[in-house]
Ligand binder design. Sequence first.
Ligand SMILES: NC(=O)c1ccc[n+]([C@@H]2O[C@H](COP(=O)([O-])OP(=O)(O)OC[C@H]3O[C@@H](n4cnc5c(N)ncnc54)[C@H](O)[C@@H]3O)[C@@H](O)[C@H]2O)c1
Length: 312
Amino acid sequence: MPQKILVIGACGQIGTELTMKLRELHGNDQVIASDIREGNEELMRSGPFEIIDAMDYDQIENTCLYYEVDEVYLMAAMLSATGEKFPDKAWKLNMNSLFHVLDLAKDGKINKVFWPSSIAVFGPTTPQVDTPQHTIMEPTTVYGISKQTGERWCEYYHSKYGVDVRSIRYPGLISWKTLPGGGTTDYAVEIFHKALEEQSYSCFLSEDTALPMMYMEDAIRATVQIMEAPGEQIKERSSYNLSGMSFTPADIASEIQKHVPEFQMSYAPDSRQQIADSWPSSIDDSTAREDWNWNSTYDLKKTVVEMLEHLR
Ligand SMILES: NC(=O)c1ccc[n+]([C@@H]2O[C@H](COP(=O)([O-])OP(=O)(O)OC[C@H]3O[C@@H](n4cnc5c(N)ncnc54)[C@H](O)[C@@H]3O)[C@@H](O)[C@H]2O)c1
């Protein structure tokens, strides 16, 4: 029997591409997209769509029962930079939505859950270079606190109630199909649009701020891979470190200049600099590599070529 999948927050940066990938793999009608707003045309036309508020347990439950959903991918969240503007809302959305989905699984109404964590679970006291899977975690943003707390609850629901929940700590994601939704690494997408439209970009982080990043295709592949892996391979039920590449704004600017020679970069760090400074600069993902054979395929060079090609 093919699985039925519900994606919550399907119209965002990751949800859009994830939904299309899942529809390609499982069949369009098997994958129900949902969000509080409509998504792009491709997503809306290719399969079922429901308006669902991730804060509303009954809406999620009714949709799961109606479509006989097996798996839920919970992508709705308030991200790091927006979360600092609305800490109370960020906490409520990020935590309540997770409990709703975990409780559905605990009560046997769905079988499997994907919930993304983030490099934001780390903080200024974490070793910054090659941050290990298990290390000090003292996040300073409400977003990071919600992700770290979420990880603890995922592990708890797995060990106490046997919930099959799987999670990845995504780094900053670079994509061309959908714009990012209010994170600290958004500059690494904006820069491509500005380079092509205006041949200049004012970056909100300083030139030497190295952060872990990943091309969307790798992130989607990792998500599908961890969800398809046999349960016994998933030994971390909090969340897995995942690494693609690591670069500074100056690095990506000079890589773009190789293709757009007239491109000029300037720097005007804002409040997001403080968030970036509290995060790791690179991630050790050897646990994911060992447990479920993860391997990244995009470095900065390849990412820049792909991004410019698609956006042109
Ligand atoms: N994009 C990244 O670089 C990145 C990095 C690390 C972790 N993540 C995590 O991945 C997940 C998806 O991130 P994204 O970048 O796609 O975010 P996004 O902001 O682009 O998309 C989130 C989607 O959730 C929807 N949403 C907001 N409130 C909702 C609600 N109450 N009910 C239903 N839907 C709601 C929004 O309309 C949006 O379409 C989040 O949990 C995020 O924390 C993202």
